[in-house]
Design a protein around this ligand. Structure first.
Ligand code: GLO
Ligand code: MG
Length: 341
């Protein structure tokens, strides 16, 4: 089976970080689509305001009209649209969180904006709404009640599920950053949370490599957990060098063996058979020029395909025999030798 690849416009970025400004010029969607297509990507991931910039200043009618134009543009570029994510972490309304803010007006804003994002998804012809709950957590744990926050999250999910019968919500768990402690830090939390909603079958997950590392968990196991439940609806493959800020490094660039294990687990479970995309959530280094500003994604895709060959040529029978003999030492070296080629 061949895989289909997905990427977001935010993955070609301007290089700004907390300590300094942009190092690359901004490029528009048309420029990015051209690069995506040329590099062999099949689909685009969008935030609601990637589709409609300055979204909060526009009427619902204008928003949907612009979404229609983007749909045509992406179609003309020969690509599909994988998902839409409401960006609930930029607005002054969501300083204290989206759905779990202590301010009822802010919570209403978060839900309204999410319903609109579901409408945008419908116009774009996709059924996946991604929930990266950036600010739904706390800086000061005593400032919110965990139970109350879970109830608020369930109410928000229910509002979306009722509003858009075609939508599935894929929760992208992350343990921290920008908040100190998040409410849904792992895929286990996300899938347990699904059962607090009115339609658990329509609430699943998206597992990102870096977020698993930040949670001190194994990315391949986190993916396998969701796959076992039939709920791995997307992945954000990237890499992360230990416990620090979220790095979104090229896939396989820190831990090649872990990347091999992730590809192996996806392959073993037949990931992609139900139309799932292999997506990368990767960022260029700040030192990279705009001319090389998409190489990190191209390289991630290449690494995935190289590892897929490694997975397919891995002698699973020999590995199984070593497992039978409980010779895990030999198995360990067998994997290393295979990766070294
Ligand atoms: C940040 C997240 C972010 C999301 C994106 C889609 O840590 O990985 O990039 O994946 O906003 O919701
Ligand atoms: Mg991500």
């Amino acid at each position: 089976m061949s895989h289909r690849f997905s990427i977001g416009p935010w993955n070609i970025s301007e290089g700004r970080d907390s300590y300094g400004p942009e190092t690359r010029p901004a490029k528009d969607l048309a420029w990015k689509l051209e690069r995506f297509k040329e590099a062999g990507f099949d689909a685009v991931m969008f935030h609601d305001d990637d589709v409609v910039p300055d979204i909060d200043t526009k009427s619902e009618q204008e928003v949907l009209r612009e979404a229609e134009q983007v749909r045509t543009m992406v179609q003309n570029a020969g690509m599909a649209i994988e998902m839409v994510a409401p960006r609930l972490w930029f607005s002054p309304m969501t300083v204290d969180g989206g759905y779990t803010s202590n301010d009822p007006e802010a919570r209403r804003y978060a839900v309204d904006r999410s319903l609109q994002a579901a409408d945008i998804a419908e116009v774009l012809g996709c059924d996946l709404l991604v929930w990266w709950l950036a600010r739904d957590g706390t800086y000061v744990r005593e400032s919110k009640s965990h139970q109350r926050s879970l109830e608020l999250l369930a109410q928000a999910a229910d509002a979306i599920l009722a509003h858009s019968p075609q939508i599935r919500i894929a929760i992208e768990p992350k343990p921290n950053e920008p908040v100190d402690v998040a409410y849904l830090p792992t895929i286990g939390h996300a899938l347990a949370f699904a059962h607090l909603t009115s339609d658990p079958a329509r609430v699943g997950g998206l597992v990102e490599t870096a977020h698993c590392v930040l949670a001190g968990l194994d990315p391949a196991d986190e993916m396998a957990f969701a796959l076992t439940a039939g709920k791995l609806w997307s992945v954000h493959l990237n890499d992360q060098n230990g416990l620090k800020f979220d790095q979104d490094k090229p896939f396989g660039s820190v831990n090649l063996r872990s990347a091999f294990d992730q590809v192996r687990v996806l392959e073993r479970h037949g990931y992609g058979r139900n139309g799932e995309f292999v997506a990368f959530d990767v960022h260029s280094f700040r030192t990279t020029t705009i001319e090389q500003g998409f190489d990190h994604a191209v390289n991630s895709r290449t690494t995935f395909l190289r590892l897929l060959e490694k997975v397919r040529s891995f002698d699973e029978d020999a590995a199984a025999a070593l497992v039978m003999q409980r010779d895990y030492q030999a198995l360990d070296q067998m994997v290393i030798e295979h990766l070294l080629g």
